[in-house]
Write a protein that binds this ligand. Sequence first.
Ligand SMILES: [Zn+2]
Length: 305
Amino acid sequence: MTRRILSIAALLLAACTGGAPTSREFDGARAFTYLERQVAFGYRIPGSAGHTATAAWLDSLLRQRADTLVVQSWTHVTARGDSLPLRNFIARFNLKATERVLFMAHWDTRPVSDNPSYQGPRTPVPGANDGASGVAVLLGMADALRKLPPKVGVDLLFEDGEDYGIFEKEKNDVLIGARYYAQNLPPGPRPLYAVLFDMVGDKELRLYPEGQSLLAAPEVVELVWTVAKEIGHGDVFIDAPASGPYLIDDHVELQKVGIRAIDVVDFNYGPSNAYWHTPADTLDKVSARSLQVVGDVGMALIRRH
Ligand SMILES: [Zn+2]
């Protein structure tokens, strides 16, 4: 009787996942609580109270989960003369491994709403998706890695100062943490590849290969989208030609120092991207389900080794 129920349950599970083995060691619901917590801290603008509180929270969570936590702290002076206290967190697992992989996300949020089609006040961006979603996925991965240590070396990079300046005019005041990391790599072997998670919480998540990633590291794009398909997430990781623009994002700074880095990003957030870089980037636009899909793929990449 028990066996029969079990086998029916197994069949149902197989049906739900399209017959593919889907790892569920990543807990999307728990990851969503990490997203909510970040939003509750308020804006994570470098130098703000919310930024300071989030840094302390990340530091504490990561110390409990990683084998080693590397904290990079420095002050960045912007073109306008602002002094920003910035911090990167690198949660390292299995330091003895000779092969390593890197996953990354930015934890800061944007001080002004500057979506060109947005007409409202230029208030800061809440960053439920742009900031909190990628961090939530990395934290969920840290939970899974704590429970079952990886065979490959894993670094989870939480970088700061991605979204501070104006992308078109102030190139030195954006992607600051990724640039700092690229110029101050932690000791040990370089990662085989790096995967950036940016804006991966959208309730209507659709991930297409991004142009700059395809140009610089096509084999990593192929690996990630193939693994996603294998575990039954081909409906979200859509294997189609890049339809969006070539994005200037943190992956580019790593590519500049020869790391095979790609961007997993949904650059279609709301109708005509209407929620991106606006006050509408809020909790009601993101979902645990989307974090689950992305976290499953991250963990499946790690468990291949
Ligand atoms: Zn942004």
